[in-house]
Design a protein around this ligand. Sequence first.
Ligand SMILES: *Cc1c(COP(=O)(O)O)cnc(C)c1O
Length: 386
Amino acid sequence: MPRSRATAGVRSGIDSDTGQRSVVPPIYLSTNYRFAGLRQPGPFDYSRSANPTRSLLADALTELDGGAGAVVTGSGMGAITTALFACVPTGGTVVAPHDAYGGTWRLLDALASRGQFTLELTDLTAPDAAARVREVAPDLLWIETPSNPLLGISDLGALVTAAHAVDALVAVDNTFCSPAVQQPLAWGADVAVQSSTKYLNGHSDVIGGVAVAADATLAEQLRWWANCLGVTGGGFDSYLTLRGLRTLHVRMRQHLENAAAFVAAVSGHPAVDRLYYPGLPDHPGHALAARQMDGFGAIVSLEVTGGEPAVAALVNGLTCYSLAESLGGVESLVCHPSSMTHAAMPLDVQAAAGLRPGLVRFSIGIEDADDLVADVLAGLDRAASL
Ligand SMILES: *Cc1c(COP(=O)(O)O)cnc(C)c1O
């Protein structure tokens, strides 16, 4: 019987244990598995290739993303590396957003510099993005929407159509949304990639990744490459991530509700120069986000008037937001992209990407919304009174 994503997240793998009939599936930490006799292997032989706990997580994520198969990796970057190797032939071409996640940009740039493939960076939120994809006719189109940290929205349907018209594969980094908020495969993408470090696990205690493929052949190639590269995820991490996944839908509901309350409270504050959140009607990607996302996510960026000194006044003294990188955990975080997540970008490159020194990014957690609002308003008052 088909079941909703919320049900799948809670129940996937539950009651699957045949040994002791445990409700929650057991964790397998063994690196290797005994043969029944000569030439009689079981379903598992060596945990880099396959591990029972990791397989349960992969099955759960396959169902949540509506795919045909998945590979679970030791980090989001492991999943991205795997997808690149599975989708791009040597000497091929990749089109990727000019504002991709820093680690993704570094990997693409490093592989392109070694001659692995040709890299075309472009603004995928621009109106001519689909035309540009048709013109370049790449082997792989890489999409990340919403973008980081300015929350630009790319048109999944239009970009997939353009890519498939020139026989390109499409991979979407869905880390900012999780399948609870956006389903890239339903828009026709071939691979959905996530850093499970973020919303999927949701508790800021596991580094992990996943790549889910729309068809079984590509799923097999992803598993083959992850095993070959040696980037598959561990049993313990898989167990924790499966545990985190159980609450994904209720967590996301609270994340979204708190983010909306946060935005309503800070908009119009004298210290806020600009507010970036796709739920705002004047956000350039608002209509698109309303169409292709279930909710507007829980990452909010804002620019304070007064540059870096105002940022310091805001973030030093917050009690409900930890000043830290990463996102998607139950606890709220604040980060200063210019000096933290995007510090590797030279200042002129930051400026060209619209990333100003007064920009602050919030990952809105699931604490009480009134506490989050009171804390950020006090911080913005400090910034305004400089
Ligand atoms: C964090 C992140 C990654 C990388 O994931 P790791 O688990 O840190 O390797 C990739 N893409 C996006 C959008 C991210 O936020």
